[in-house]
Ligand binder design. Sequence first.
Ligand code: ADP
Ligand code: 5GP
Length: 210
Amino acid sequence: MSVAIEPPDVGVLFVVSGPSGVGKSTLLRRVMASIPDLGFSVSATTRSPRAGEVDGRDYHFLDATRFSELVASGAFLEHARVYDRAYGTLRAPVEQALAGGRSVILDIDVQGARQVRETFPDAVHVFILPPSRETLLERLRGRGTDDAATIARRMELADGQLAHARHYDYVTVNDDLKAATAVLQSIFVAALHSVECRRSALDKLVAHAT
Ligand code: ADP
Ligand code: 5GP
């Protein structure tokens, strides 16, 4: 179901985390199709592209040298080593979008989320939980994009990600896809109606209120 909402006065920075295979990309695709004007931050990574992934659309696929140069030049808003590879959010596109009043979604791990919490205290953090570890493993296998060793490593590191869920603003279980999409959509729509986001509507009607 798509949601028609007035553009907010300020853009919201959304951080979405959860263990690999929980369904973050799937959910975000659906939410972005239903709420207008949500930008997605395309991360840089040193991991190899999966079949079907496109450079510049899914990730900026970089070699380790280029990644290190970008770290040294301060180009990343946050960066971390995740599942034995480097990942980072490029600062410029995110800052430009927010300065222009557009909202941006970061699909990043718990280490990156911690860094964002310090630099963007108003960011809205959402953690996606799997219904169970068994389901997580089934989804990683069912996706058909990773070999057995990669899947085993991701399962091994899932607990480390899950342990941080309590630090997030919102938590939801991705069991039934339709229901989880509706919950995530509701969280986004609510955040886009904070007083900060609706300041001009308030000021128009409540001009002298303190
Ligand atoms: P992530 O981005 O968190 O790594 P993906 O979005 O790639 O995860 O999803 C991993 C796999 O799980 C995909 O094959 C996807 O189609 C499937 N999936 C996602 N959400 C659900 C769900 N609610 N029920 C069943 N399968 C799901
Ligand atoms: P994948 O390799 O499955 O696409 O992503 C693996 C993990 O890296 C996911 O948990 C994802 O959220 C995280 N990730 C993707 N981009 C970034 C990023 O820019 N920074 C950080 N810290 N994590 C990221």
